[in-house]
Design a protein around this ligand. Structure first.
Ligand code: DQQ
Length: 481
């Protein structure tokens, strides 16, 4: 049934059945990429979560392999929640959150060389409780790294009355941990939950890595997903410096202007030293609609993350995504007017455009537009000097009144020629946009079979655009054109 759902993406990874959420345990070993993910094969609902597992040699086509972790009697009886994979010498080791009742605690599992068979540690959980003397909002998810002779770990949490945080621990053996203190504490308890950069009352899926120049005030990046009482708000990151047992922030940034539609990201260094990130594109339709469709949750395309000149992150699809291009469907240079021009058609497309926008000008990129315009999703760029406001208008994205259509917006850089390089990947309900290295990820659910139009408008905007139809990587698509 799921295969017939017109909203199911074909060149993004989705679970073989049921529910998918966070990417976990990302690694590359012996050339092969491993994507583990939060998975419930039994139904498209978040329940008794397992670690699904898929393997790839090219980062974009995935082969399902057996589930890596399933809940069993003991500390993870109610779910194997998010975590990471590290190499303890040669031993692949997963650090994850075992769920028991409504609490999570850190657990360990060791893997076979091929990462296919996992054995849980008899000593689980390896940390028996959150730090004493603090009222915490939650305690789960892990960032683990080697620092000299020791392991260090961050666990996502929040301190009541203050805000989200990540607790820092240290260990010699990944099994016995010493608490060092909070790395940094947010101000979520005292600030506006409606703000797009609200830091929440709890930080999910913390991810700490060094990226910039050794001397930069923005050298280190601390990614987290702002959460509050069961509500997934959005991913953010601090750039700053991690030194000793503290993180000194330089700036707080939004990771993706789409907010909750790129949630709980995780990144890893691949064997060629690239920082690659995946995130969970959650649904924007009702739980009942997901149940009826038989599946829920999309994994993002792989993103390369590099430092931008202003200390923020520059994000773009990994070049491997280009290998999914099937046929070029547009290659045009034109100057736009106020009227819309249709430049391509499709719901499995990769579009690359360079848009040169006059000062004060606006360009609209319309995707998934039906012929009669009853359905359309609009992206706009409004330029002011060397910045542009990128906005997403989903008010007419679907005739189905039961899907999320809240708008989104944020700033993107404009280059010295007044241009913005834009990439738009349209895959049925999944839409990933990158403008000047800033992503905006979203979901849309048009009902019309002809909601395929890609149109541009914008007085005086010069465009060079190319577009490609995309190849399906969905199961059973082998040999299909
Ligand atoms: N999802 C996991 C948690 C994490 C949340 C459970 C983020 O470990 O905090 O599936 O989406």
């Amino acid at each position: 049934l799921a295969a017939e759902d017109p909203h199911r993406p074909v060149f993004h990874f989705t679970a073989p059945a049921g529910w998918l959420n966070d990417p976990n345990g990302l690694t590359q070993r012996g050339g092969e990429y491993h994507l583990f993910y939060q998975f419930n094969p039994d139904a498209p609902v978040h329940h008794r979560i397992q670690w699904g597992h898929a393997v790839s040699t090219d980062l974009v086509t995935w082969r399902d392999v057996p589930v890596a972790l399933t809940p069993t009697e003991g500390p993870d009886v109610d779910g194997c929640w998010s975590g990471v994979l590290v190499y303890d010498g040669d031993v692949p080791t997963i650090v994850y959150s075992g769920r028991h009742g409504d609490r999570e605690l850190p657990c360990i599992a060791t893997g076979s060389d091929d990462l296919l068979v996992w054995t849980k540690d008899a000593g689980n959980p390896v940390i028996a409780a959150p730090p004493e003397g603090l009222e915490v909002t939650a305690f789960r998810d892990h960032s683990v790294w080697r620092e000299g002779d020791v392991w260090r770990q961050l666990i996502g949490s929040g301190i009541r009355g203050q805000g989200g945080t990540a607790f820092l621990y240290e260990s010699l053996d990944l099994r016995s941990w010493t608490y060092l203190g909070p790395l940094l504490v947010g101000d979520g308890a005292g600030s506006d939950p409606a703000a797009p950069d609200w830091t929440g009352t709890m930080w999910e899926c913390v991810d700490l890595f060094a990226l910039g120049d050794a001397d930069s005030a923005h050298r280190d990046i601390l990614v987290f997903s702002a959460w509050n009482e069961g509500i997934t708000h959005h991913p953010l990151y601090w750039s700053g410096r991690y030194e000793g047992e503290r993180f000194t922030p330089a700036a707080l940034h939004r990771l993706d202007l789409g907010g909750r539609y790129f949630y709980a990201p995780q990144s890893f260094l691949d064997e060629s030293g690239r920082r690659v990130m995946f995130g969970w594109l959650q649904e924007g339709r009702s739980d009942a609609a997901a149940v009826a469709a038989g599946w829920s949750g999309v994994m993002s395309l792989p993103r390369l993350v590099t430092p931008a000149p202003d200390g923020s992150l520059h994000q773009r699809p990994a070049p491997e995504v280009d290998a999914l291009r099937a046929a070029e469907v547009a290659d045009r240079a034109l100057t736009l007017g106020a009227e819309e021009t249709e430049v391509a058609r499709g719901d499995e497309l990769d579009i690359e455009a360079r848009l040169t926008i006059p000062e004060g000008g606006v360009v609209a990129i319309v995707v998934r537009a039906s012929d009669d315009d009853a359905e359309r999703t609009v992206l706009r760029l409004r330029r002011t000097g060397d910045r542009a406001e990128l906005s997403l208008d989903r008010s007419r994205s679907s005739l189905n009144g039961d899907v999320d259509v809240t708008p989104r917006s944020g700033e993107v850089p404009v280059d010295a020629e007044g241009a913005v390089e834009v990439r738009v990947l349209v895959d049925h309900s999944a839409v990933e946009v990158f403008a000047g290295g800033v992503p905006l990820t979203t979901r849309v659910y048009p009902t019309r079979a002809d909601a395929l139009g890609i149109r541009l408008s914008g007085e005086g905007v010069a465009v060079h655009l190319r577009a490609w139809s995309m190849r399906s990587v969905a199961r059973g698509a082998e040999g299909a054109e």
